[in-house]
Every structure is written in structure tokens, then in C-alpha cells.
Ligand binder design. Structure first.
Ligand code: ADP
Ligand code: MG
Length: 253
């Protein structure tokens, strides 16, 4: 691959059928190393399904996925996670009584058990304390280290999810709607946070908030009914007539 177009992730004619319904339909996605790449598109466009294909949670019906020189098509989630593809955890996977720092320690201990609920072990987790505190500091939660996850406000729960994902040393970080349900302040904090954690990593994010996309994304792929409608830099994509009509006249801010 020429270095001018160094793709860490590439899909080739990727497709996924659900009982005859083609939710992802021949997607060729190229994500360049070190970039933030946004996936946008109306509800039902196939964004989450595409994420599930990339992480191995769903098997493609057709096509191929290459990650950093490995053909990961149809590989199990654990194997894909071990190669460095990490999806952010969901708030619903947090244990209300377990402290923020213990969550991160468990994630560090579990290595790549992404997609599984944490297994709370009796084994000493102290050896992960230093690294866990560093990760909490990276997401601005050092002062909440001892707080049970259940008492954290929503924005801080989302920051904790991000710390858990970072604990798995991702080379490609997948974020599905990282600012969903957040108020303006949390959105701003999250943009700042993602801007920081993107260093040395590649990020693909599904994001509906166009100001977040414009702040963070180097490239934008617009999906519609399972296919790529437009791909390019944000400034070019936002004014594309096909994109505007895909949003049924909604302005793409
Ligand atoms: P998006 O994340 O862009 O909103 P999804 O990937 O969730 O879209 O869904 C794309 C389409 O695939 C939708 O029409 C949805 O109803 C359908 N779909 C998603 N998952 C399944 C499934 N497990 N079984 C059947 N249909 C599904
Ligand atoms: Mg979705």
C-alpha cells in the first residue's frame, strides 16, 4: 500500500443481510492511520451494523475486512480485539457498586475481554493501580477514582467507558455515538477528551452532532440505506446536495 494512502482499516464490498434485508450493502470504507473518521447518516443507515461487523460481533454476509495487514473477516470478537480494535463500553456494562479505579483495573486485568461482562476476581488488582490512575487522569476522572460507578453523573460514566476502552490499548478505537444524550457542557468536554485520546490512535466514530463531527473528524463517510453516499472532508461533505437531501431537508450544520 502506498504510504500516501495508508489505510489501517479497509472494507471491500462489505455486506450484511438480516433475513433477506440488506442492512449493509457493498461498503468500501478506507480509514487512514492516525485520523478521526466519522460515520454519519440517517437512522437505519447501517452504522451500528457496520461497527458490529468491524468488531466481529456480526459475521459479514459478503465482502472482506482488512485491519492493519490482517484479514479479520469473520474472525471472533476476542481475536479482533486482541489485534487492537476496541469498541467503547456501554454505560449499561458498568457495575454500580464498583469504584471507577477498580473498573479500570479490571479492564487492565481482563486484557481484551471486550464484549464480556467483567469478571470480578479475588485476585489482587493493586498491580494495575498506577496505570489505572493514569488512565483516569487521561479522561479527567482522577478525583472520582474511589467513587462507585453508580453515583457518577452521566457525563462521567461516559468518560469512564472511554477509560475502560483505553485500558485495552486500542490501535483503532470505535465510538458509537459518544455524545448521545449529553448536554452542551458534557458534549464540549467529550470533544476535548476525544481530541486528546486520539493521539497515537485511529478513531472511527458514529456521531449525529455535526458540530462534534466538524471539530474532530478528518474524514466523513455518509451512509444511507446501507451504502456509502458520500465520503470526504467535512467541509466538502456538509454542502453536498446528496447529503442534504439524505437528511430530508434537515440542515447539516
Ligand atoms: P443505524 O445505526 O445507522 O441507525 P443499524 O445498523 O442499527 O442503523 O440498522 C440498519 C438496518 O438494519 C435497520 O433497518 C435495522 O432495522 C436493521 N437491523 C439492524 N440489526 C438487525 C438485526 N439484528 N436483525 C434485523 N434487522 C436489523
Ligand atoms: Mg446506530
Amino acid at each position: 500500500m502506498p504510504s500516501t494512502d495508508d489505510a489501517i482499516l479497509a472494507t471491500h464490498a462489505l455486506a450484511k443481510d438480516f433475513n433477506g434485508f440488506r442492512a449493509v450493502d457493498g461498503v468500501d470504507l478506507r480509514v487512514r492511520r492516525g485520523t478521526v473518521h466519522a460515520l454519519v447518516g440517517p437512522n437505519g443507515a447501517g452504522k451500528t451494523t457496520l461497527f458490529n461487523l468491524l468488531t466481529g460481533f456480526l459475521r459479514p454476509s459478503e465482502g472482506r475486512i482488512d485491519f492493519d495487514g490482517h484479514d479479520i473477516t469473520g474472525k471472533p470478537p476476542e481475536r479482533i480485539a486482541r489485534l487492537g480494535v476496541t469498541r467503547s463500553f456501554q454505560v449499561s456494562s458498568l457495575f454500580p457498586q464498583v469504584s471507577a479505579v477498580e473498573h479500570v483495573e479490571l479492564a487492565l486485568q481482563s486484557g481484551t475481554s471486550l464484549g464480556h461482562r467483567f469478571w470480578v476476581s479475588d485476585r489482587r488488582l493493586d498491580r494495575f493501580r498506577g496505570r489505572a490512575m493514569d488512565l483516569l487522569a487521561e479522561v479527567g476522572l482522577e478525583r472520582q477514582a474511589a467513587s462507585p460507578a453508580g453515583v457518577l453523573p452521566y457525563g462521567q460514566k461516559r468518560a469512564l467507558e472511554l477509560a475502560l476502552a483505553l485500558a485495552l490499548s486500542p490501535r483503532l478505537l470505535l465510538l458509537d455515538e459518544p455524545t448521545a444524550g449529553m448536554g452542551v457542557e458534557d458534549v464540549e468536554r467529550t470533544v476535548e477528551l476525544i481530541g486528546r485520546v486520539r493521539q497515537d490512535r485511529t478513531v472511527v466514530m458514529v456521531e449525529h452532532n455535526m458540530s462534534v463531527v466538524s471539530s474532530l473528524a478528518d474524514r466523513v463517510t455518509v451512509l444511507q440505506r446501507g451504502t456509502v453516499l458520500v465520503e470526504g472532508p467535512y467541509q466538502q461533505v456538509r454542502s453536498d446536495p446528496r447529503v442534504i437531501s439524505a437528511y430530508l431537508g434537515e440542515p447539516v450544520a
